[in-house]
Write a protein that binds this ligand. Structure first.
Ligand SMILES: [Ca+2]
Ligand SMILES: [Ca+2]
Length: 139
């Protein structure tokens, strides 16, 4: 997605008395980073309107601004050996999901239409990028 490009998406679920139970979540956004390792990307999530099941508006709150950089597993703004290490340590259950940026890691090697997953290949691609065997797009 080009910088500054705005996407407006509408999500709704019709919840009526006597119908299905109220879900805990009606929206799930799974970003895929397609940029390079040298450019940070910002995702701004803004809700224009949120309604209670009865139709009463709920204050949507301030926009959520998330910054990503493809391969920055550690989340410190650059790509280095610590990103490969943090990814491998997470996969070995030596780190928690809260200690890494899962989108930055999963998007290193794209895994198909069902979504990107964190795997040893993501860590391997980071190592290959650092060894200049891959370009900044991990090709
Ligand atoms: Ca990093
Ligand atoms: Ca992946």
């Amino acid at each position: 997605m080009p910088a500054g490009h705005q996407v407006t998406t509408y999500f709704w679920q019709d919840i009526r008395p006597g119908g299905e139970s109220v879900p805990s979540a009606v929206v799930s956004l799974i970003p895929r980073l397609v940029g390079n390792a040298t450019t940070p990307y910002t995702l701004t999530i803004t809700f224009n309107e949120i309604l209670e099941p009865g139709g009463t508006p709920i204050a949507p709150g301030p926009p959520e601004i998330l910054t990503f950089r493809r391969g920055d597993v550690q989340g410190d703004g650059d790509i280095d050996v610590f990103d490969r290490m943090f990814g491998s340590q997470y996969l070995a259950e030596l780190r928690t999901i809260g200690e890494i940026n899962p989108v930055n890691m999963a998007s290193v090697r794209h895994d198909g239409d069902s979504g990107d997953k964190m795997s040893v290949f993501d860590s391997m691609f980071i190592s290959q990028y650092l060894a200049e065997l891959r370009d900044a797009y991990y090709n």
